[in-house]
Structure formats: C-alpha cells, structure tokens
Design a protein around this ligand. Structure first.
Ligand code: ZN
Ligand code: ZN
Length: 758
C-alpha cells in the first residue's frame, strides 16, 4: 500500500521525480531503489552525475553494498563520487572502509581535495594509524593544501588524537592565523599530558596574538590538568577563569570538581558548591553527579547524601556516583541497599551502574556478592564491558573462584576484550590468586605490550607462590625492557625473597632500591625486610633494622617481627614486639594470640593464661577463622567450629576417618597451637574444627577423585592444618592449593611448596 503511494508520483512525471528523489534529503531507501530501477531501465546508468547522486542516497541510508556497487560500475567516477562514500563511512566511524575507498580513489589517479582529506585524517586518528596519517600528510604538501586552514586543523587534531603532540605543534607553528579552536585543542592536549609550563606558554602566546580564549579553551585546560593529575593547576585555572571575567559554565564546574575531589579539598568543594547554587547550575545532571563524586572522594558522606537526596529528578549518572561514593567510604551495605532501591524504582541502570556496584563489593571483601551481581547483570541483559571484567576477575581472585574466573576469561575472549591491558592485568592477578601461577605467566607472556601494573601483577603472583627465583627473573626482565620499577615492584620482589628465605638476595635488592633506583624505602619495604630477616632466624638483625628506621614503625612492622618470633619461639623479642603492638592496635586479637602461642610453644602456661585474661578483660575474642572453597561453580564459606553447613555431619565423619588413617601412619596432632590449656582429647577436637580443614574435606566429598582443590583462609594456616593437608594430599592423591593471608601453599604428594616455611 505504502509502496504504491510512494510510487505514484514517479509514474506521473518520471524524469522530474527521479531528480527530486536523488536530490532530496528526505528520500526514503525504497524511493531511492525505485529511482535506481528507472535509471537502469532507461539506460541512464552511464551518466556519472546520476550515478553519483544515487551513490550519495544509498550512502546516506547506510546501504553501503549498493553504494559500493554503483561506485564500481561507474565508468568515470569523480572525486565527488569517492568523497561521498568516504564521508558516509567516516560519519558512521567505519574508518577502515573509509581508507579502503580512499586507496581506490588514489589508484584511479584522482588526487585528494580539501573535502576528502579531513575525513581521511579523522579515519587515521580513529584507527590510531599515525604512520598512514603521516603519508597522507606528505600528500597534503604535494597537492598544495598546506595553507588550507580546514585541512591543517584536521591534521593537527589527528596528531593530537594519536598522542603525537610534537608533530601537532609543528603543523600548528606553520599556520598563518591559528584560530581559537586549534589553540584550544592544542592547549587541552598539553594539559592532558601534564605539560604545565608549555600549556601556560601557549596560553600567553594566544593573548599575544589577540586570539580571545573562549569557554572551551578554559574547560579543555581545566579538565586536561585534572586528567594528568595536576589537581592544583586545574583548580587555580578555574579560579583564574572566574577572575578574568569568564563565567564558568556547567562544563567548567564538572571538569574542576573531580580535581577538587582527587585533591581531597572539601573546603574548596563547598565553595564551588555555593557557586553552583548561585549560578543555578544545580539542575544540570553532570554538575550534580560531579558534586556527589567530589564529596564522596573527600569522605563527606553527609554532604554527598544531601546533594543526592535533594535532586529533583533521579538521574542514572548521579545514582552511579552515589553508589561509588558510598562504596569508596566503606559503606558497601548502604550502597547495595540504595542499588536495590534504584532497581525497584525503575531507574534505568546502565553498564556503569552494575560495574560500580560489582567493583564496590569486590573492593570491600564481598566477592561472593560481586559474583552474584554479575549473574544478575547478565540475566538483566546488560552487556559487561572492559571495566566490568577486571572488577569481576578481582572478585574471583579474592575468593579463589577459579571456575568462575575461567568463565570470565572465556567471556572476555568471546567479547574480544581479553587482550586489553586492564583485562590482561586482572587475568594475571586472578590466576595467581586462584593458585594457577603458570596460567598467569601464560597471560603475561601473551601480552603484546605490558604496563607497570602487569609487571607488578606477575611479580606479586610469584611472591604469594613463594617463587622468589622467578620473581627476581621477572624483575630483571622488566629492567631490561626499559620499564622503570615502582615502589610496588620492590614490595613484590622483596616479599618474594622473604617467602623463600633469600635473605642475601633481598638485602641486595633493598640496597639497590635506594642507591640505583632512587626510591626511598617505605613502611611496606621495611615490613618485607623484617619478615625476610626474621624468617631465617636473623631476629636481632631485624630488630636493629627497625630501630634504625627514620620514621615510626607501624603495626605491620612489629607484626612481622612478632610472627617471626612465633616461628622461632623467641620469647624476649616477641614480648618487645607485642608491647608495641598492644599500644598501636590494642583491639587486634591476633597479636595476643601470637604472643600466647609463643608462650604455649614453650609450655609457659601461666603466661598464656595471663594473655588470655587480658583479652577477656578487654572483651576481645579470637577472630573466627574462615575459609572459602569453590565447588561446582558455587563458593562455600566455612567458619571454624561452625556447624551450620548442611553437609557438616558428612564432613565430620570423613574427617574422623582421615584422623584414624593419619594416626595409623604415625601422625601426632600439633596441639601447641591451640590457645586454651585444655585436655589433650579436647584440643584435638578443637583442631578438627579449623575452617581450612573443613573446606578441604568439603571439597573431597563433592568433587571427583583426583580433582584439584583450592581453599582460601582469612588467617594464617596453622601448623596442624598444614600437616593434615599434607597428609590428605598424598593419601587422597589430590593437589590442594591453600591461600592464607600470607602466601600460597601448594600441597602435592605429601609435601608443600612452601617447604614448611611460612
Ligand atoms: Zn588449623
Ligand atoms: Zn605450606
């Protein structure tokens, strides 16, 4: 029906209709097709003008197959025929196709004109093909467009987008009369790269040439400085803008607020908030979201909630900022509650909303919730992106959910985002935390280019696996590749040395850090060194190092010494460390337990009692041991002495059987690590309840024989569990990976990768 209606005018005055159709911006695709049919029928297809008009119509309707067909069947295509198609492709960001048509055009012997070139530069920048861009740049010279301001400014934009700011500036310097747009683009680029002085010089140059900056020039610099971490510059520029009589608009405010937040300067934030209210900018959604974000970063949760709740219309950007702000301040439960409210209120949540919530859970120790949210997200039909996947992978790593982590890896391959630098870095980390260090290495080796985070991730992975040799190897490899190590790199490699007891190697690295790399030793490095020396029994040396520190040692340092004293049953230094710890963190029950364990190992039961009484008097309880294990794509959490798990009866039965077997083979339980001074029989019972053992047995019951198991524990693994799991690994012929707070234990054939040294 519709078609006949549209076709009627064609029959009335065919020739005229065809022209009208071909020249109108409103012609439909079917009208174009009808016109095409008539042209073919009447033998007009050799007319280059008609063919080009048809091509343009098809290209406008994104019917690229027909457009290409017309181009290839046109006898004498003109520059206009090609540029029409190139333009249409560029508009749709189909840059590869743009360049293909451009190559066809050149091979037809047609030189580019001032209309084609900007589209080609856009394509080159879209594909980051700076070399191709340079070749076309040469053509600009040959064809004499080096004075065409339109072509030149597109060239500058290309170089800027390809991060080649030096060449952009060279082109810029040859401009006869740079305009405000080009100036602004170059200024913003320098600001984004953090070249404060050059940007300022250029800005003065602009004044000298009497080019008046506009709001865009200011905004580009404000957001550029913020992007490159020059928060103060960003804020100063905002103030200067205001001072020089330019009224900051909503973009200026949304650009400066993140800088205020990152600078953590709530006072200034409140002032800008006042300005926002005065200017009536509060209704702008971006401004409100930036305010929420700023208050979140400044830990002003009260102001943050106030801005959010006073918003008249709920906007998804503000909702996301609010959720992120709550999570950032550790209020992840509130964030979850708010997130659920948004869902029930029908707020159209986007991929950022889901990703923020998943990231919040993952960063706040709620790995299981993060995985649950990801499932929900998929059910809701929301496609995860290259930010969601790293958050998900880090959640998988934190609870050693290897199967789910692998599923996320497959997912990222299917989506074609597995090679991105963030996803790759997260994969390295996830596999390492799930006990598969070889897989981490595979992911690492496959990366075409590596950033600092990836180098650190693989070294950190080797460190928790106690593979010091490999970590040091990577460290040297990184050095040779030209990547400078950061202080984190040294934390990774030093902690690897400490896990493996490579004291001399570690000391050498520690010295080279300050002397060769100019990195000052931080608290983390000292903690590694104390552990390193402590582990090999050089406790006095460790203690002397602490004494020589130029700043006050924190609880981590004394904790490292205390743990080492526990390993070597050193009462006097243990007491010294504990004294400091009881002052620094009086409510951390772990310290009291470590000290009492030192006493217990020497049979000093009166002292054990004294520590226990002190804990009791302060109302402290041993923080419950807790372990996680993934069985059939579900993560189970087991608490020490907790009987609520539905399979608990089976677990106890299996554990008793294993105990009998162990006794037969001459195993004696290590009862010194039970805090209470109770009867031997009871001690054994208490040891049985340790969560890591329960988790391992749960794994044995629910997986096929021979399948490897992985367990994580929130505390350090105890000597007894370590011995029991070693036995299980040989008796049941299983590989068992246990990650405690400190490192990985890989049990196989009755031995552990740590060499009983942790
Ligand atoms: Zn245990
Ligand atoms: Zn071990």
């Amino acid at each position: 029906m519709n078609l006949t209606k549209q076709a009627l005018p064609l029959f009335e005055n065919i020739q005229r209709s065809i022209f009208q159709t071909l020249n109108s911006l409103k012609s439909s695709l079917s009208q174009t097709q009808q016109a095409h049919a008539h042209i073919l029928k009447t033998g007009g297809s050799n007319d280059t003008y008609l063919a080009t008009r048809l091509l343009s119509q098809y290209a406008n309707h994104q019917d690229f197959d027909d457009a290409n067909q017309i181009l290839s069947s046109t006898l004498e295509p003109t520059i206009f025929s090609y540029s029409t198609l190139i333009y249409a492709y560029s508009k749709q960001n189909l840059f590869t196709q743009s360049l293909r048509v451009f190559a066809q055009m050149l091979s037809h012997g047609l030189p580019p004109d001032a209309h084609v070139l900007p589209n080609i530069f856009k394509a080159c920048s879209g594909l980051s093909l700076v070399e191709t861009g340079k070749q076309v740049h040469a053509m600009v010279f040959v064809c004499g467009f080096n004075l065409d301001s339109f072509v030149q400014s597109s060239l500058i934009h290309m170089y800027i987008k390809c991060q080649n700011i030096g060449d952009a500036h060279k082109v810029f310097d040859r401009l006869a009369q740079p305009d405000v747009v080009t100036f602004s683009a170059l200024l913003a680029a320098y600001a984004r790269q953090g070249c404060v002085d050059v940007a300022k010089k250029l800005f003065n140059e602009m004044a000298r040439l009497r080019v008046e900056p506009n709001v865009v020039s200011w905004n580009g610099m404000i957001s550029g400085f913020n992007h490159s971490g020059h928060y103060e510059e960003s804020v100063l520029l905002f103030q200067r803008m205001h001072f020089e009589g330019f009224t900051p608009d909503e973009h200026s405010v949304s650009s400066v607020l993140p800088a205020v937040g990152d600078w953590e300067n709530p006072k200034l934030g409140i002032q800008i908030h006042g300005f926002v209210i005065k200017q009536g900018l509060l209704e702008d959604k971006c401004v409100s979201s930036s305010l929420i974000d700023m208050y979140g970063k400044c830990a002003c949760t009260w102001n943050m909630s106030k801005v959010f709740h006073e918003m008249e219309n709920l906007d998804v950007g503000a909702c996301n900022a609010f959720v992120t702000g709550l999570c950032r301040n550790g209020l992840v439960d509130n964030a979850l509650e708010v997130f659920r409210q948004f869902q029930s209120q029908g707020v159209e949540l986007n991929v950022v909303s889901w990703t923020s919530m998943i990231a919040g859970c993952s960063q706040n120790g709620k790995g299981i919730e993060a995985l649950e949210l990801f499932r929900e997200m998929q059910t809701a039909g929301m496609k995860p992106n290259n930010v969601t996947i790293p958050c998900l992978l880090s959640a998988c790593g934190s609870i050693a959910a290897l199967m789910l982590g692998k599923a996320a890896h497959c997912f990222s391959i299917r989506r074609g985002i597995s090679d991105g630098i963030y996803v790759s870095g997260a994969l390295i980390d996830m596999y390492a935390k799930c006990g598969r260090i070889q897989m981490s290495r595979l992911c690492f080796d496959r990366m075409p280019s590596k950033n600092l985070a990836c180098w650190n991730a693989i070294m950190g992975g080797y460190a928790v696996h106690g593979k010091a040799k490999e970590a040091i190897e990577i460290f040297h490899l990184m050095h040779r590749s030209g990547q400078k190590p950061s202080f984190i790199s040294f934390v990774c490699v030093l902690s690897a040395c400490s896990q493996a007891g490579l004291a001399d190697e570690g000391c050498k690295l520690f010295d080279s850090m300050c002397e060769e790399h100019g990195i000052e030793a931080r608290m983390e490095h000292y903690a590694c060194m104390v552990t390193l020396l402590g582990r090999v029994g050089r406790l006095e040396e460790a203690y002397n190092m602490i004494e020589r520190m130029s700043f006050e040692p924190d609880a981590c340092i004394w904790g490292a010494l205390l743990s080492s004293c526990r390993v070597h049953s050193n009462v006097s230094l243990g007491e010294a460390a504990a004294k400091h710890l009881f002052e620094l963190e009086p409510t951390n029950s772990g310290n009291y337990i470590l000290l009492s364990n030192i006493y217990a190992s020497k049979g000093m039961w009166t002292k054990v009692d004294a520590v226990r009484d002190r804990m009791k008097a302060m109302g402290l309880r041993k923080s419950p041991g807790c372990s996680w294990i993934e069985v059939k794509n579900k993560v189970h959490m087991l608490l020490a002495g907790d009987e609520s798990h539905p399979q608990m009866a089976q677990i106890m039965e299996k554990l008793n059987k294993l105990n009998m077997e162990m006794k037969k083979s001459g195993y004696l339980p290590h009862t010194d690590f039970v805090l209470q001074d109770v009867e031997e029989q009871d001690k054994e019972q208490i040891l049985c309840g340790h969560s890591e053992k329960l988790a391992v047995v749960l794994g044995l019951l629910n997986t096929p024989p021979g399948a490897p198991l992985q367990v994580i524990k929130n505390l350090r693994i105890c000597v007894d569990c370590h011995a029991v799991i070693k036995f299980i690994s040989s008796f049941e012929r299983r590989e068992i990976f246990v990650r405690d707070t400190n490192r990985f234990h890989h049990f196989k054939d009755g031995v552990c990768s740590c060499g009983d040294y942790w």
